[in-house]
Design a binder for this molecule. Structure first.
Ligand SMILES: *[C@@H]1O[C@H](CO)[C@@H](O)[C@H](O)[C@H]1NC(C)=O
Ligand SMILES: *[C@@H]1O[C@H](CO)[C@@H](O)[C@H](O)[C@H]1NC(C)=O
Ligand SMILES: *[C@@H]1O[C@H](CO)[C@@H](O)[C@H](O)[C@H]1NC(C)=O
Ligand SMILES: *[C@@H]1O[C@H](CO)[C@@H](O)[C@H](O)[C@H]1NC(C)=O
Ligand SMILES: *[C@@H]1O[C@H](CO)[C@@H](O)[C@H](O)[C@H]1NC(C)=O
Ligand SMILES: *[C@@H]1O[C@H](CO)[C@@H](O)[C@H](O)[C@H]1NC(C)=O
Length: 711
């Protein structure tokens, strides 16, 4: 029997797709998740926005893993209260949700505009990308600004409230935290886990360091710490906070302590919009420990910004004072990327814009030394292999992400590679090929002492003295040589090539002996398993041998080696063509001789990026046609073993295709990103037909989406 209720339900279900179209505009489109505060592997707050979109005040922000990070915001306009951030419930107080009018993302900002009664408020999340200022780039801090302007021509009294919870420290709500508020020119709530464990993660959160929520102590600012519903009700009912601190330290979810500010914007008029500014950060010292020559000592490394600020309070104060200049720089960076990528297409510009904070948000710029004696000549950039693995400075993560750094400041490429080069130059890595990463989640303790293996958690750059890293011999050896040539050509700085010529030669010789018929091994797409004789892997190594001939000739002053590497590469290329091209000459096969296979041959791209002019046009041309004839809804599969495709590898491959295939690849990625199928931070691997997302998310490899800007 069909009841009236069923009919109503049926009608609702039938019509609901219409109602689910969001009422606000999304510019340039509604992404899976908006970056809100994304500046380090541990300062990573996002607004999940799957389906047809989620308003900023209809869900709690999340850490990139998907756990909640409490971040609430209200405005009081005259006597009415509206929420604009998070999804709080406050008994004993009245408020409504402000109406979201628009949501926008750029490379550095996410901007939400609301109507709150007679006032329009603009909420801007700015996570700066400062590619050439290492002090600023290394500050793990992000801005929230809230401005208000009347829409009815009248003047209105406006106050802004915001708080954060202990969920910015941990995903485990039962952990005990403590906190304190400092007052001075800056009001700052500092909170931390009561039990700290240096260099150790749990569920991708770091069990070390402090979260700071801060604002300038200007007239009309009040603060309070205490239970969420109490502090929020205090603002909603009174418009101000009590300037009191709760000192009953407890677990994150035990009467949910929150750290709050309220700022009166006074009376806003059409001609005088007012802004409230806050900063949020996650800071720890040291950042990581780095293996030294003897394998038994580790150097503690700290954020680069300590070379300029002696206290975190000074750093936060400078960050807040710098806001308008930072915003101007951010807009200039947004515009630069927009203009450059718009030259390819507007869909491409959208993909680039969504990639930037995620790319830089996996990195941390460090120096060695100690207070008063920092060594700013010793800069190392660490990058975390987020979500697929916790490793530091994975070579086949740096390599796909490489264009993001090369385009904005190639010097950063050196600081990403140096940790790997310095470590391998000590001779502690026992294998003849290039190491996969600088440190995994196992701490091997003293060299060779297996009894000391303990779970250590990232981030430790402890090397792989047992040689027990994830072996990708041809992949990583080829990547290192190719990236070093690219860095050297772009910067003219020959110091890396000359200083590490021994390693380069070792890896090039390894490739000469091993890349033409690669043994059964993994390549960067390790999820698909190992395979011998991978066509796409072999060509990476062959291109690297050609690259080594350029390095030998131009930078190492060794004409004999140059000529030998060059003729080896030429002869390998001929043989490679006879094995790698299908017998019907229609495409490259995944595995030599296996006619039923295909592959996304993204490794051909390095020839273009390096300007080698080595790969014959006949190869890229047949592959381009093959892509055009075999494109699925969301792209071309990584290879015939899988339905997964990869966004950055499609963009890398697009450097070698026809313009129309390039545009098809871009359009496939754009369709996937705007499909509403997922609500995680940008996932770089998804099924070409169903669009189903892999576990990959928030990985810095999306920096590879800038590859088209490098050629
Ligand atoms: C706001 O509330 C206060 C106290 O309840 C009252 O005095 C005032 O008139 C109200 N203002 C407006 C604009 O409603
Ligand atoms: C959370 O922390 C508690 C200690 O407060 C610990 O017993 C528990 O195992 C932790 N849970 C997880 C999922 O790590
Ligand atoms: C909070 O806990 C940290 C880490 O245990 C400790 O160093 C600090 O003194 C504590 N702060 C307060 C205010 O209790
Ligand atoms: C600073 O770092 C540079 C580069 O690593 C190194 O050569 C120099 O010895 C260091 N200086 C000190 C004082 O440690
Ligand atoms: C790779 O291909 C060559 C040429 O077909 C073959 O001789 C060799 O056995 C293959 N290697 C492996 C590991 O299968
Ligand atoms: C060819 O590749 C397909 C797909 O990867 C695989 O199933 C098949 O076993 C391969 N054939 C040979 C002869 O290796």
């Amino acid at each position: 029997m069909i009841t009236l209720r069923d009919c109503v339900l049926l009608l609702f279900l039938t019509l609901s797709p219409l109602f689910s179209v969001s009422a606000w505009t999304s510019t340039p489109f509604n992404p899976p998740s908006y970056p809100l505060a994304v500046r380090s592997p541990y300062l990573s707050a996002w607004l999940p926005s799957g389906g047809s979109g989620v308003a900023l005040n209809s869900a709690w922000p999340q850490f990139w893993t998907g756990t909640t990070v409490g971040w609430a915001g209200f405005v009081k306009v005259d006597n009415a209260s509206y929420s604009f951030l998070g999804d709080p419930v406050v008994s004993g107080a009245v408020f409504t949700k402000a109406t979201q009018l628009s949501a926008q993302f750029t490379s550095t900002q996410s901007i939400f505009i609301f109507t709150a009664g007679p006032v329009q408020i603009t909420v801007t999340f700015l996570s700066p990308i400062e590619p050439t200022d290492f002090v600023k780039q290394s500050l793990p801090l992000s801005y929230l600004s809230v401005s208000a302007v009347p829409t009815d021509g009248s003047s209105h009294s406006v106050s802004v409230y915001t708080d954060i919870s202990g969920e910015w420290l941990t995903s485990n709500d039962t952990l005990a935290i403590n906190w304190t508020t400092t007052t001075g020119d800056v009001l700052s709530h500092q909170s931390q886990l009561q039990t700290q464990t240096v260099y150790t993660e749990s569920s991708d959160r770091i069990l070390q360091g402090s979260v700071y929520y801060s604002t300038q102590n200007i007239a009309g600012t009040t603060y309070q710490t205490g239970q969420d519903i109490v502090v929020r009700a205090q603002f909603l009912n009174n418009g101000v906070l009590s300037n009191t601190q709760d000192t009953n330290f407890r677990a994150v979810s035990n009467e949910w302590p929150v750290f709050a500010f309220a700022r009166s914007l006074g009376t806003v008029t059409t001609s005088s919009s007012q802004t409230a500014l806050f900063s949020v950060g996650h800071v720890r010292d040291p950042v990581t420990k780095y293996i030294q020559n003897d394998g038994n000592t580790f150097q503690a490394r700290s954020y680069y910004f300590w070379s300029t600020y002696s206290t975190i309070a000074d750093a936060i104060s400078a960050f807040l004072i710098d806001y308008s200049a930072a915003l101007a720089r951010a807009k200039a960076l947004d515009l630069k990327l927009q203009i450059a990528s718009q030259g390819i297409s507007s869909a491409y510009a959208d993909i680039v814009a969504l990639s930037m904070r995620q790319t830089f948000g996996a990195t941390e710029l460090t120096i060695s030394g100690s207070p008063g004696a920092w060594n700013t000549s010793d800069v190392l950039m660490f990058i975390k292999e987020i979500s697929s693995d916790g490793n530091l400075n994975t070579v086949d993560i740096i390599m796909p992400a490489w264009p993001g750094f090369m385009y904005l400041n190639p010097t950063l490429g050196k600081y990403l590679l140096l940790p790997l080069l310095q470590y391998q130059a000590t001779g502690q890595y026992p294998n003849p090929w290039a190491v996969h990463d600088l440190g995994g989640t196992l701490d091997f303790g003293s060299i060779g002492d297996l009894s000391l293996i303990i779970y250590a958690g990232s981030p430790i750059a402890n090397g792989h003295n047992l040689g027990a890293d994830e072996h990708m011999p041809v992949e990583e050896s080829g990547n290192m040589i190719n990236m070093i040539l690219d860095y050297t050509q772009r910067t003219g700085d020959t110091s890396v090539a000359t200083r590490y010529s021994g390693l380069l030669t070792q890896w090039a010789n390894y490739l000469v002996a091993n890349t033409l018929f690669p043994a059964d091994q993994l390549s960067t797409t390790d999820f698909a398993g190992s395979l011998p004789n991978q066509t796409n892997l072999a060509i990476k190594g062959i291109i690297a041998i050609k690259a080594m001939s350029v390095i030998s000739n131009k930078y190492l002053n060794n004409a004999a080696s140059a000529s030998s590497y060059s003729s080896t590469a030429d002869s390998f290329l001929n043989t490679w063509q006879s094995f790698g091209i299908s017998s019907d000459k229609s495409h490259l096969v995944l595995e030599y001789g296996n006619q039923s296979t295909k592959v996304l041959a993204y490794n051909l791209a390095m020839d273009k990026v390096l300007g080698l002019n080595f790969i014959p046009a006949s190869i890229t041309s047949l592959q381009s046609t093959h892509y055009a004839n075999n494109l699925e809804k969301y792209g071309f599969p990584i290879d015939s073993r899988t339905a997964y495709t990869s966004s950055q590898w499609m963009i890398w491959a697009a450097t070698t295709t026809s313009t129309s295939v390039r545009d098809d690849f871009i359009s496939a990625i754009h369709s996937w990103l705007s499909s509403g199928l997922t609500s995680t931070p940008y996932g770089d691997r998804f099924e070409d037909d169903s669009g189903s997302n892999s576990p990959n998310k928030n990985r810095p490899v999306v920096g590879g989406n800038l590859a088209l800007l490098l050629i």
